[in-house]
Design a protein around this ligand. Structure first.
Ligand code: SAM
Length: 252
């Protein structure tokens, strides 16, 4: 994971009070010019986005729950594999700790279906982007109410810090980064940027034990189809899609 303080570049229409709050809470370094290399967060009147300056052609990453894929998943995502793996079914909406929140897409699908989701994200870059997207979603007249009620973000390391939050949930969901072997050009934009920014989450095995200590019903781990199980611990149940598999560890 990048140990550098996130750099923040503000465009002329940026809200400077918001910029100060981001700097303070995520230990960001405000820069006067857009750097030529490395990562940089850009703040403008529409919110926060991430740019990889070395690879500007990849464009920016922004968390937007109101448009694009997220909106599509909101309307049509009821039967997605992640919801089945977590145990969403008629009359059952398990509470979930998403211990590797990333850009919050899986959490959003689950919250949309009615699950209470507490998200942990340790990278300040990613946590700031996710918080920004959540804030805009919370202000939206259509989805703001349930996003506010059901999606909570904690910027912390779920391996070392989760216990001190004294949280309980029926399900702990894990989707750690995985070192992809495909040629980088084939890996889609967001994954390429994440691989450089966040790295391979090489401590993910520790997450499994932590998750098993906390979940009251099951731990669900999303893995690429060909990956070995976390910590070499095979799950009793699996659910497979074309590209992924969900390893399901039942507690009871
Ligand atoms: C593959 S992404 C998760 C994607 C996410 N499921 C989604 O739908 O957007 C993995 C994320 O987990 C975060 N992460 C990994 N280990 C973590 C830990 N111990 N505590 C908190 N966040 C962690 C990484 O920083 C990264 O942002």
């Amino acid at each position: 994971m990048s140990a550098e303080a996130p750099r923040l570049y503000c465009l002329p229409d940026a809200d400077l009070n918001y910029a100060e709050s981001l700097q303070r809470r995520f230990s960001m370094l405000r820069v006067a010019e857009l750097p030529e290399t490395g990562f940089c967060l850009l703040l403008d009147g529409n919110g926060l986005s991430l740019r990889w300056c070395d690879e500007a052609k990849l464009g920016a990453i922004k968390v937007d729950f109101l448009a694009g894929k997220a909106a599509h998943r909101r309307h049509y995502g009821g039967a997605e594999a992640v919801s089945k793996a977590v145990g969403v079914k008629k009359g059952q909406r398990p509470s979930v700790i998403d211990a590797t929140a990333g850009l919050g897409r899986d959490a959003f699908v689950l919250a949309n279906l009615g699950c209470q989701v507490t998200m942990f994200e340790r990278s300040p870059w990613v946590a700031a982007l996710l918080e920004d997207g959540l804030n805009r979603a919370k202000a939206d007249p259509d989805i703001g109410e349930w996003v506010t009620q059901r999606m909570k973000l904690i910027h912390a390391n779920s391996i070392s810090d989760i216990q001190q939050h004294h949280l309980q949930a029926e399900v702990v969901y894990l989707d750690p980064m995985y070192p992809h072997r495909k040629k980088s050009a084939q890996v889609k934009k967001e994954m390429r940027i994440f691989q450089h920014l966040v790295g391979a989450d090489s401590d993910a095995d520790e997450l499994l034990q932590q998750a098993l200590n906390i979940a009251s019903k099951r731990v669900v781990v999303k893995r690429p189809s060909t990956a070995t199980p976390l910590a070499g611990k095979a799950a009793a149940n699996q659910l497979s899609t074309k590209t992924h598999r969900f390893d399901i560890y039942s507690i009871i």
